[in-house]
Design a protein around this ligand. Structure first.
Ligand SMILES: NC(=O)c1ccc[n+]([C@@H]2O[C@H](COP(=O)([O-])OP(=O)(O)OC[C@H]3O[C@@H](n4cnc5c(N)ncnc54)[C@H](O)[C@@H]3O)[C@@H](O)[C@H]2O)c1
Length: 256
């Protein structure tokens, strides 16, 4: 199937859809024909993304929603409102909500560790569980759940004990979900971005960016759209025999 129409008649939930990688995923999925639920803790950002989505293809209807992925209650509310709106659960889901709270291990407060784990790891668990439960309950024939890890979950990163731990956990979660959910036709895969130009990396000091970029074999930071392209492949039937894997989108950073 031509790339531009691979997601026609799919309903996709994208958390963290209000910014950066999540926003690029929403835009890419919409351009391929999906109806997109843009979910974010920031209502304004979600609405801004919503306003940028194309809706020229058959039967497309997008919506924005406020959610805190670290709260089960908030997620239950979201899934209920999606089902009320579309009369079906999302068959595609991208867990792009994420945060950083960097500090050296010797100085990191317990709260900084807990909050990053709650949003990045527990949030991915809660979203994956809620979407999978809804798909299984309605007997949907297939689903594709995509988590967003990070290359630093594999190699570690100075100042990111909390973040690297959360992202390593996301990979373990994804592989386990893939094993448990395959029999329901639900595939689960992870993308591992390297250094991508988004508001998250805007916070990183210039000299760190310059140093990291010098380590990238392709010699530059990535664009959110380059991560979104890989998510579209994993969401579509082009990857129908692919589950439980992690795809690095890093320009070659930290090739083993
Ligand atoms: N930018 C990078 O270089 C990079 C590298 C590796 C992995 N990642 C991962 O990619 C994902 C997207 O990152 P980004 O760079 O686009 O960041 P971003 O800060 O631009 O976007 C993150 C979005 O998540 C939302 N969010 C935060 N907490 C939330 C919560 N509790 N519930 C719902 N939404 C919440 C924010 O409001 C924001 O819109 C994250 O999981 C991040 O860890 C990013």
């Amino acid at each position: 199937m031509a790339a531009a129409s691979r997601l026609i008649s799919r309903l996709a939930l994208v958390t963290g859809g209000g910014s950066g990688i999540g926003r690029a995923v929403c835009q890419r999925f919409a351009s391929e024909g999906a109806s997109v639920v843009v979910a974010d803790i920031s209502e304004d950002s979600a609405n801004e993304t919503l306003g940028s989505l194309s809706h020229d293809l058959k039967g497309q209807a997008h919506m924005a929603a406020v959610v805190d992925v670290s709260s089960k209650q908030s997620l239950d509310k979201l899934v209920t409102s999606i089902q009320a709106h579309y009369f079906q659960p999302p068959s595609v889901c991208v867990n792009a909500a994420g945060i950083t709270q960097d500090d050296f291990l010797l100085r990191m407060e317990e709260e900084q560790f807990d909050r990053v784990i709650q949003v990045n790891l527990k949030g991915s668990f809660l979203v994956t569980q809620a979407v999978a439960q809804a798909l299984v309950a309605c007997g949907a024939p297939k689903g594709s759940i995509i988590t967003v890890g990070s290359i630093v979950g594999k190699v570690g990163n100075i100042g990111q004990a909390n973040y690297a731990s959360s992202k390593a956990g996301v990979e373990g979660l994804t592989r386990t979900a893939a094993k448990e959910l395959s029999r329901f036709g639900i595939r689960c895969n992870c993308v591992l971005p390297g250094f991508i130009l988004t508001p998250m990396t805007d916070k990183v000091p210039e000299k760190v960016i310059t140093k990291m970029t010098s380590l990238v074999p392709m010699g530059r930071m990535g664009e959110p759209a380059e991560v979104a392209d890989v998510c579209a492949f994993l969401a579509s039937d082009d990857s129908r025999y692919v589950t439980g894997i992690s795809i690095e989108v890093t320009g070659g950073l930290f090739i083993g």
